[in-house]
Design a protein around this ligand. Structure first.
Ligand code: BEZ
Ligand code: FE
Length: 290
């Protein structure tokens, strides 16, 4: 019997066939497509053994740096555009609805309910910013009792409170409910541009490829209401210099908002605000469940 040489294509075919008997059609589809695309990638770039070893080292370092507070695998997904691609496929948005964007790693469960107009800042500092508007259904009707879960970074330390051991427990986050007319309002701080964590393998990739690590200033929110699809999204500050180059590709033009400046002494200042402040009036539009 003559001995035949095993070619790279034979190896791909064998790896694909190893899943032929998989009982779950979806698992089979996922794993065969994964093998097909991984092998096509390695073939296209003629992956060397040294590069493959380096990739294994990067994956190992990604696992090593990941903790309860730090998810480096999600950061890879975010910075390679995969998170936004999966989000876009899962949440198609009809015209007029508030579009979704990435959740990010800094959301925490267990924020406290706050009342209409309350401040989410639990310590002094920062530029007060009044967010207000209505939560509406796609046909424009206001939704009473809709829930807004909001969180943001602190411009005084340039960190999310979850990254800052000195931050008060409930700092810069809160749960709000809309009033009977669908209105909401809360006092936040002016969000600032910030860099994603750069001290791990994702940071090394960003440095090695000449990218930057900046995200444009934004407020995060999850809006939900009975009978409607929840939306995970941000409102971006229109003045950010990084709107066109967000490191995680999360900016959608419909989510960019002007923040209006008000000088000190403005008679319309929110309660407790003495100096200058900013405001952002914006509705959130939810899609009824089919
Ligand atoms: C954020 O907006 O908080 C975020 C999103 C993706 C990666 C890092 C941070
Ligand atoms: Fe963020």
């Amino acid at each position: 019997m003559s001995q035949q040489t095993v070619t790279p294509a034979d190896i791909t075919a064998r790896a694909l066939a190893s899943f032929d008997a998989c009982e779950s059609p979806r698992l089979k589809e996922l794993l065969q497509a994964l093998v097909r695309h991984l092998h096509a990638f390695a073939t296209e770039v003629e992956l060397t053994q040294a590069e493959w070893e380096q990739a294994i080292g990067i994956l190992t370092a990604t696992g090593d740096i990941t903790t309860d507070q730090r998810q480096e695998f999600i950061l890879w997904s975010d910075t390679l555009g995969l998170s936004m691609l999966v989000d876009a496929m899962a949440n198609p948005s009809p015209p007029g609805a508030t579009e979704s964007t990435v959740l990010g790693p800094f959301h925490i469960d267990g924020s406290i309910p706050r009342t209409y107009g309350e401040s989410i800042a639990e310590r002094p500092g920062g530029s007060p910013t009044w967010f207000s508007g209505h939560v509406r259904s796609l046909d424009g009707s206001p939704i009473a009792g809709a829930r807004l879960d909001v969180w943001q970074n602190d411009e005084t330390v340039n960190l999310y409170p979850v990254q800052d051991p000195d931050a008060p427990e409930q700092h810069l986050r809160g749960l709000f409910e809309t009033r009977d007319d669908g209105s909401y309002a809360f006092l936040a701080l002016r969000p600032t541009d910030y860099t994603i964590p750069e001290d791990g393998p994702v940071g090394a990739m960003i440095a090695a490829t000449g990218r930057h690590a900046w995200r444009p200033a934004h407020l995060h929110l999850i809006a939900s209401a009975p009978g409607h699809r929840s939306v995970v999204t941000h409102f971006f500050d229109a003045r950010s210099p990084h709107l066109d180059s967000d490191v995680v590709f999360a900016v959608k033009p419909s989510l960019v908002r002007p923040l209006v400046h008000h000088p000190a002494g403005d008679p319309d200042a929110p309660p407790g605000v003495d100096g200058e402040w900013w405001s952002c009036e914006t509705d959130v539009v939810l899609v009824p469940e089919a």
